[in-house]
Design a protein around this ligand. Structure first.
Ligand code: B12
Ligand code: SF4
Length: 472
């Protein structure tokens, strides 16, 4: 079978960037939002005996001005002639994905079309449309393997009904098979998740090696790895815990180590977990094993502030193992805001976590959510906080109620922009309390201040970014 997997483009709509003066560079440069579509590498890992191609149209669109992704899709279809097209989908991808699906259907009615990802899992009905045959809900690796096998067995009347985690389009409606949400933790781990732990199914990263995923500042080649599934918490604005049916399931450490051993060509590895340290003993074992086996990469991890505060020793160990940057969702600058987000942490933890990570030699990339209700006093409070607690990179996302999250349910009546092209964390889809221009200019001010704070922080800490490795 020939299977074409597509990462759709995210439309380049960015109100924050548009409020920078023409002669100023936005600190959050575009390159930092470029990386491999691990979902597709991952699925391809389970399809190694098939002919698979990955088209990263997001990458191409980010790199080339006026990139025509519909034409690029058509060209891929013509040259590769796939039997199946699979598309991955976040919320900001939805409209591009729908256009791609139309191109595929118009090209050849017989191609089986499959769409999966975070958005389809939380909102499967958004893809109840004639151009879609199967919607994948939840983990996709085993599901896609089963779909391909069923299609291979009978292309004219494939039987998908026994494959869990699907919405099958029958007579214009989605018919759901047994869902991941009906499975116990044990079952997800045994039946789906452990599928990730067989070496022959590790992500196929070669399929995207023609794209240049690098961390621009130091020219490091980067790739991603999953070391866990789900999260320990249930923040109101986040869909990741729902995706994993509320479970946190860490991977077995030996399998993580074996997978990292296949990633020699990537000096930088980002652990794209919701929470890399959700099971602290597993994390301790993972970082100790990396040290014991002398496996050397620079790692980027995702962590909650309360975990850092509770387990400072694990972060010293992590730094020894090569962790260079920790990504943290700070989200807010008051405890009341954190409570509203159901973050189950505190500002005291934020401050302590920054200090603990810096003491360990780990740089922080922390994100703050800027609400549409923010007034001058709120911006001033954030400004003071980021100046008082400078880090390597403070980022600011505009509060975006993503469909399928509790925040969406709470805010849906306030949404004034339902065009999902704008749901990329840099545009407000709810009316801002300050005049729009003032609101975005204040976010721009935050970015500028964050840059100054970073320069000051690096000077004080005597730090500089690591040099590029000679062989990259
Ligand atoms: C790494 C990452 C990135 C990378 C790379 C993304 C890429 N693919 O190009 C970078 C830094 C570039 C990035 C950018 C953005 N990101 Co991002 N990113 C992540 C992160 C940290 C991990 C995603 C990941 O790789 N997961 C691992 C894979 C294996 O999991 P998965 O995608 O869920 O795939 C599984 C299933 O969903 C399913 N599946 C998925 N696709 C398909 C397709 C088929 C055919 C099948 C069968 C199954 C299937 O099977 C897979 C394996 O089981 C998440 C947060 C997190 N911790 O998860 C945010 C996250 C996904 N990003 C988010 C956002 C908003 C963005 C941006 C839009 C932000 C922006 N300002 O532009 C951009 C655009 C991304 C894009 N793809 O175009 C949001 C999405 C929210 C939403 N509801 O849509 C998240 C959840 C973070 C958040 N703040 O909430 N991101
Ligand atoms: S801790 Fe992070 S990943 Fe977990 S639910 Fe909250 S925001 Fe989502």
């Amino acid at each position: 079978m020939r299977i074409l997997l597509i990462n759709p483009p995210v439309p380049d709509i960015n109100a924050i960037r548009d409020h920078y003066r023409a002669d100023e560079e936005m600190e959050l440069n575009k390159r930092e939002l470029i990386g491999p579509p691990l979902a597709l590498n991952d699925i391809a890992g389970a399809l190694r005996n098939e002919e698979v191609r990955i088209a990263d149209l997001k990458f191409e669109n980010d790199e080339q001005k006026n990139f025509d992704f519909e034409k690029a899709t058509y060209d891929e279809l013509t040259s590769f002639s796939p039997d199946i097209v699979g598309i991955t989908c976040l919320t900001a991808h939805v409209n591009s994905a729908k256009k791609i699906l139309k191109v595929v259907r118009d090209f050849n009615q017989k191609i089986l079309t499959v769409i999966g990802g975070l958005h389809t899992t939380l909102n499967p009905h958004d893809f109840s449309m004639p151009e879609v045959d199967l919607v994948v809900i939840g983990l996709g690796k085993r599901t896609m393997r089963s779909v391909v096998d069923a299609f291979k067995a009978d292309t004219s009347r494939p039987d998908f009904a026994k494959i869990p985690g699907l919405g099958i389009r029958v007579n214009g409606e989605l018919k759901f098979t047994r869902q991941q949400s009906e499975m116990s933790r044990k079952e997800i781990k045994e039946e789906h998740y452990l599928y990730y732990d067989k070496d022959e199914y590790f992500p196929d990263r070669d399929l995207t090696s023609r794209y240049n995923y690098i961390i621009e500042q130091n020219n490091f080649k980067v790739h991603y790895i999953n070391t866990s599934l789900g999260c320990t918490d249930k923040c109101s604005f986040c869909g990741l815990w729902k995706f994993a049916s509320g479970y946190y399931i860490p991977r077995e450490v030996p399998s993580i180590i074996r997978e990292i051993k296949t990633m020699d060509e990537y000096p930088a590895i980002r652990m794209v977990d919701s929470h890399t340290y959700g099971n602290i003993e597993n994390s301790r074992l993972m970082f100790q094993s990396l040290i014991d086996e002398n496996i050397q990469h620079g790692y980027i991890v995702d962590v909650r502030t309360d975990t850092v505060v509770k387990h400072p020793d694990v972060f010293e160990l992590s730094a020894k193992a090569g962790v260079k940057v920790a990504i943290l969702g700070f989200e807010a600058t008051t405890d009341e805001e954190l409570e509203k987000y159901n973050k189950k942490s505190s500002i005291a933890n934020t401050i302590q976590a920054i200090d603990t990570l810096h003491d360990a030699g780990i740089w922080c990339a922390g994100n703050y959510i800027i609400g549409p209700h923010y007034e001058e006093k709120d911006f001033e409070r954030v400004e003071k906080f980021i100046t008082d607690h400078p880090i390597l990179f403070a980022g600011f996302t505009v509060m975006t109620p993503y469909p399928g999250t509790p925040q969406y349910e709470a805010m849906k009546d306030q949404i004034i922009n339902t065009n999902l092209d704008y749901y990329n964390l840099v545009n407000s889809v709810v009316k801002t309390k300050l005049p729009e221009d003032v609101f975005y200019n204040r976010v721009v001010d935050l970015y500028k201040l964050s840059q100054l704070a970073r320069v000051e922080f690096m000077k004080q800490a005597g730090m500089k970014r690591p040099e590029a490795r000679k062989d990259t």
